[in-house]
Design a protein around this ligand. Structure first.
Ligand SMILES: [Zn+2]
Length: 303
């Protein structure tokens, strides 16, 4: 059982009333710590990291209003990347929640509230929704954020990106995006070899990545289509700049193109070696007793 399979299992059993539900973090040492992005809603304070059955030291917690990712290179994306590269995060979870006020606030109401705080309409960009990344569906917002993070050149292909939705009424977690599946889908068996150093174009590619690679603003539901178009376009640009022989049609699958971009980013920004090398699970029978399992709080449920 992989880490998030165990987390979801423990969470669902705890919510169902199983007092023995929990997990032993030591058994998942090669998948910890995790990096979580959640909303700023203070109601979440009581839920994390207990709802995930993780100890606090294995839970790197990033928050922004609405757990929104606006682009593959956004400030939040940079924090996620640094949390993995510098703090050793092994898996990413973008965790939305029910009854999110960001989803419930219409554009008109948002503008009124900003005006009440002294922020005039003229001071804001024309498309306020695109600018703030506001959304109408908590679930779609999580899916979009996962797609952007998965396709970000800042996140290497070794890091699973999961999407979860927390029910504020029950504490139950729904696994919206299975990061293990998207991880496999984004790594085809053979990647085209791109040796930028040999081609003498490393510098220009880095400039290109940092300066030009922006994800287009999209509306909910259009992310997948736009991502495909964008990636195809960017792949074309890369080929044009690199003057590479065409190894495959430009408009191949999103996963294939995204993985090529990710592979290039991985090569240009090598990550530090993992602190804890992956190792087989400890034997079931051993002399030293396991530490007590970490359990989701028993008071998750409201009666
Ligand atoms: Zn929220």
């Amino acid at each position: 059982m992989r880490l998030f399979e165990a987390i979801i299992d423990a969470n669902h059993r705890a919510v169902a009333g199983d007092a023995s539900a929990g997990l032993h973090p030591a058994e998942f040492a090669d998948a910890l710590p995790i990096v979580a992005l959640t909303c700023v809603d203070p109601r979440l304070n009581a839920f994390f990291p207990n709802a995930l059955a993780l100890p606090a030291e294995e839970f790197i917690w990033l928050r922004n209003a609405g757990n929104i990712i606006t682009s593959t290179l956004s400030s939040t994306m940079r924090s996620l990347a640094l949390a993995c590269a510098v703090k050793g995060g092994r898996e990413i979870a973008i965790i939305g929640h029910t009854d999110c006020q960001v989803a419930k606030t219409t554009t008109t109401v948002l503008l009124d509230k900003l005006k009440a705080l002294g922020v005039e309409r003229s001071a804001l960009p024309e498309n306020v929704n695109d600018f703030f990344g506001t959304f109408g569906s908590e679930r779609q917002n999580v899916i979009k954020a996962c797609a952007l993070a998965r396709n970000s050149p800042l996140i290497g292909p070794k890091i699973p990106v999961h999407g979860l939705l927390l029910d504020l009424e029950t504490g139950k977690l729904e696994w919206v995006v299975n990061g293990y599946e998207t991880l496999q889908a984004s790594v085809p068996p053979t990647l085209p070899k791109m040796d930028f150093a040999a081609l003498g174009t490393t510098g220009s590619f880095k400039d290109f990545v940092m300066g030009e690679m922006k994800f287009p603003e999209t509306k909910i539901g259009e992310a997948a289509i736009s991502a495909k178009d964008w990636l195809s376009k960017e792949a074309g640009k890369i080929e044009a700049k690199m003057d590479l022989p065409k190894v495959a049609p430009v408009a191949e699958s999103v996963a294939s193109v995204a993985s090529q971009v990710a592979a290039v980013a991985e090569k240009n920004w090598p990550k530090p070696p993992l602190k804890v090398p992956p190792s087989p699970l400890p034997p079931i029978k051993r002399k030293n007793p396991l530490p007590p399992p970490i359990r989701p709080r028993a008071d998750l449920r409201r009666d």
